[in-house]
Write a protein that binds this ligand. Structure first.
Ligand SMILES: NC(=O)c1ccc[n+]([C@@H]2O[C@H](COP(=O)([O-])OP(=O)(O)OC[C@H]3O[C@@H](n4cnc5c(N)ncnc54)[C@H](O)[C@@H]3O)[C@@H](O)[C@H]2O)c1
Ligand SMILES: [Zn+2]
Length: 380
């Protein structure tokens, strides 16, 4: 992906959480400011960078150079890329390396990578010496607009994703939009589903802007920065209102109940990236909302049209190998949805749409209606 080499303004979004408030710094080449920002925030701190092999190849040296220029000592901890590192074994490896690097209470852990590295390094920081601060340097689009903001950290259990973790807010987030130039187009697209999600769930004007400007955002430059900054502002506002997901924060799960079931049905494999599951899930949530009379069919079609236009999957049939497996089975999908964290005593909670740009938390959704809806989609 090429991007114009144009200097752009830096945007700072504050996450207003009282004594745990922090800045998200967004812009092209802001990674170069990491060292000076850390020196100002935590004079004399030592650091350890946790990253994965792929990200290390592209971005570890510039990160270390920025720290060195500011006179900050750092160690490097490199894990394998992918979900396989968000495990007990991955946590043990990172934790032991942090202890060996003599990272103490006033030092900093730096998570340089996508959501896997951010969740893993953030959780290791949360439990190291009962809590060491950390800095997020998200390198995937998904991490820049979603996982690096909000303080959810954790690893997977063999029994399910993200079942072990802690709320641990970072002290700084550096989202350098230029690092996304080395991300694969498919990963970028998957992250874009979460960008579009912010429009669909709470900001019709932003969704309309994306409909007109998405190709510029994919190319890079000012439109990309605007898309990322708007997404971060939306997430920051929701997190500041409801840090621990007792209410509004659940809106961010738009598309995720259906999406997680599809990810589980495909074994959390490369057949369906998280963002791709969210794209299909968001379309299903919109169509289900239409089937309940909450929005028009036209509004649901508008959501699907935009996601399809950027090349995201929008229907069950778009998933590779769809026909061969349990995926084409409404009851199997219902079982997977029932295992989701958003289920209480047999009733499903869904994030549905009252309009494009206005989502609502709907509790006590009758599973039979969901099943009938899925059945109709499987035949479509
Ligand atoms: N904590 C949260 O609030 C939250 C929210 C959403 C998702 N998540 C978690 O995030 C994870 C998914 O994150 P992800 O999609 O970033 O996955 P990821 O971290 O696995 O990154 C995807 C792939 O892109 C590569 N990559 C990352 N940045 C790159 C770059 N700049 N150039 C080249 N390659 C790069 C990685 O090496 C990896 O292979 C999941 O584990 C999910 O559970 C957490
Ligand atoms: Zn998501």
């Amino acid at each position: 992906m090429t991007a114009p080499l144009k200097a752009s303004d830096t945007t700072v979004v504050n996450v207003a959480l009282d004594d745990r408030a922090y800045d998200i710094v967004i812009g092209r080449d802001v990674l170069t400011s990491l060292g000076t920002r850390i020196a100002a925030l935590r004079p004399g701190a030592r650091t350890a960078i946790v990253t994965d092999k792929t990200v290390a190849r592209h971005w570890l040296e510039p990160t270390e150079a920025s720290l060195a220029t500011a006179g900050i000592a750092t160690a490097r901890i490199i894990v394998d890329e992918g979900e396989g590192s968000k495990t007990y074994a991955g946590l043990e490896k990172v934790s032991e390396a942090l202890i060996a690097a003599r990272i103490e209470r006033n030092d900093l852990v730096i998570a340089l990578g996508g959501g896997v590295v951010g969740d893993l390094a953030g959780f290791a920081a949360a439990i190291l010496r009962r809590g060491v601060d950390f800095v997020q340097v998200p390198t995937s689009l998904l991490a820049q607009v979603d996982s690096s903001v909000g303080g959810k950290t954790g690893i997977n259990s063999p029994q399910g994703k993200n079942l072990l973790g802690a709320f641990h807010q970072p002290v700084l987030v550096i989202a350098d939009t230029a690092v996304l130039d080395t991300l694969s187009p498919r990963q970028f697209r998957a992250g874009y589903a979460e960008v579009a999600k912010y429009g669909v769930l709470g900001d019709e004007a932003f969704f309309a802007w994306l409909e007109s400007n998405h190709s510029e955002a994919f190319k890079g430059g000012a439109a990309r920065e605007h898309a990322i900054a708007t997404s971060c502002r939306a997430k920051a506002a929701i997190v500041a209102r409801d840090e621990r997901e007792n209410g509004d924060r659940a809106l961010l799960n738009l598309g995720h109940t259906f999406g997680h079931a599809l990810e589980a049905a495909t074994g959390f494999s490369d057949r369906l990236f998280h963002g791709e599951g969210v794209a299909i899930g968001m379309v299903l949530a919109a169509e289900f909302s239409a089937s309940l009379g909450m929005i028009s069919q036209g509004e649901a079609a508008r959501v699907a049209r935009h996601l399809a236009e950027v090349g995201l999957p929008t229907k069950l049939q778009d998933i590779a190998g769809f026909a061969q497996e349990g995926l084409a089975d409404a009851d199997a999908l219902m079982t997977l949805m029932a295992q989701d964290k958003k289920v209480r005593r047999g009733k499903l909670t869904f994030i549905l749409l009252e309009a494009v740009g206005r989502a609502a938390i709907v509790k006590d959704v009758d599973p039979k209606r969901v099943r009938d809806f899925l059945q109709s989609k499987l035949k479509a």
